[in-house]
Design a protein around this ligand. Structure first.
Ligand SMILES: [Mn+2]
Length: 373
């Protein structure tokens, strides 16, 4: 396993690359979507939250796709700094809203996504994380409810009463001039049909480009949010997503925190099941207390999940991908994001060192016992 750090678009600078190196990372995962764009209340030094029903920000320019030159420059900039670019995380709603909505621009947007995948391949970027979700990451609240009164994010009950307004998808605004009104509810099966069509069209291009698509589960993993179905809200639903389009390019961005919030199954079996199949492209590591619709994010060393057990399972199943901290609580200091990340990364480094040491130590023990004979 490789230790990495997720960087938001405004963090693609030498200072953040140096911070990642200082904190022990070899890899980075990059968000190119500017979630914070014109958002009314998103501090840029934290995960995008918004309030319970307030979107993050405004989606990007629908006509402006990430270019191969831009992507290559990103990769070489990261490599020049001494790091490896493991993945790009998330598509811009501006480029694929009608794929999620099955809207009139769907055919053109499928071509846009194919172009993006080809350009990633050209730039030597091996993974594209995505989240096939209408409501997106929403319905959460932030409060000083963590250890030492740290501000953490969680759910204080279902977020079902306010439907998604027209012009909004994936918790971002893609059309500010949309007519008033709300998105009509669809069924779970309709959402799966849309996913299947999407994968059937883009996975062959991903295969040709040497790119793996990596699906994040629905966060928070409620059956429905804002009167729309969610796709992967129980651990076993990840298997359905894999089986819809069998291919090495159809993979997972496995989020430990989100899976731990789910009401069925257990996180250890899920990590074992999907890592054994070689289906995990990369991992978000985060701890939580509770399950939907009442949970809160915690520091990595507390919470419901035994992280050493998770990392032991991954180690045993020879997981070779990157593991990055997901979100962390905000620490009380002048650099809350940096402190939270450094704390989580320190824990991850120690856990990795412990696993490697115990493996080495058991080899020594075996050698010693042979020597005695
Ligand atoms: Mn996650």
């Amino acid at each position: 396993m490789k230790i990495g750090l997720g960087l938001y678009r405004h963090m693609l600078t030498r200072d953040y690359y140096d911070f990642a190196l200082q904190a022990g990372c070899t890899h980075v995962v990059v968000h190119l979507v500017d979630y914070f764009n014109q958002g009314p209340s998103n501090p840029r030094n934290n995960q995008p939250t918004g309030s319970k029903y307030e979107p993050w920000g405004v989606a990007g320019n629908p006509e402006q796709l990430w270019t191969a030159t831009e992507l290559k420059a990103l990769r070489t900039g990261i490599e020049d700094a001494g790091l490896t670019l493991a993945a790009i995380e998330n598509l811009d709603p501006a480029h694929w809203h009608d794929i999620l909505l099955d809207g009139p621009q769907r055919p053109q947007q499928i071509e846009k996504v194919k172009t993006i995948i080809r350009r990633l391949g050209e730039a030597g970027i091996p993974v594209l994380g995505y989240n096939f979700s209408l409501a997106g990451v929403c319905g959460r609240v932030a409060a000083p409810q963590g250890r030492g009164h740290a501000i953490t994010v969680g759910m204080d009950g279902p977020a079902e009463d306010v439907p998604i307004p027209n012009g909004m998808i994936w918790n971002m605004i893609y059309d500010r001039n949309a007519p008033p009104g709300e998105l009509p509810s669809i069924s779970h099966e309709e959402l799966w049909r849309r996913l299947q069509r999407f994968l059937e069209e883009v996975i062959p291009v991903a295969e040709q480009s040497g790119v793996r698509l990596a699906a994040h589960p629905d966060d928070p993993p409620m059956p429905t949010m804002r009167q729309q179905p969610r796709l992967v809200y129980q651990p076993h639903m990840y298997q359905r997503l894999i089986d819809v389009a069998p291919s090495r390019s159809n993979a997972l961005e496995l989020c430990v925190g989100t899976l731990a919030e789910m009401t069925e199954g257990n996180i250890y079996d899920a990590v074992d099941q999907y890592s054994k199949q070689g289906k995990i492209a990369y991992i978000h590591l985060r701890n939580v207390v509770g399950k939907v619709p009442h949970y809160r994010e915690t520091f990595v060393d507390e919470g419901d999940v035994d992280m050493l057990r998770i990392l032991t399972i991954l180690h045993r199943n020879h997981f070779e991908g990157a593991i990055i901290p997901d979100h962390t609580p905000q620490m009380t200091c002048s650099a809350p994001w940096h402190a939270g990340m450094a704390h989580t990364l320190g824990f991850m480094l120690a856990a990795k060192a412990a696993l490697e040491s115990s493996q080495k130590y058991s080899a020594e023990l075996t050698t010693a016992s042979h020597g005695d004979q």
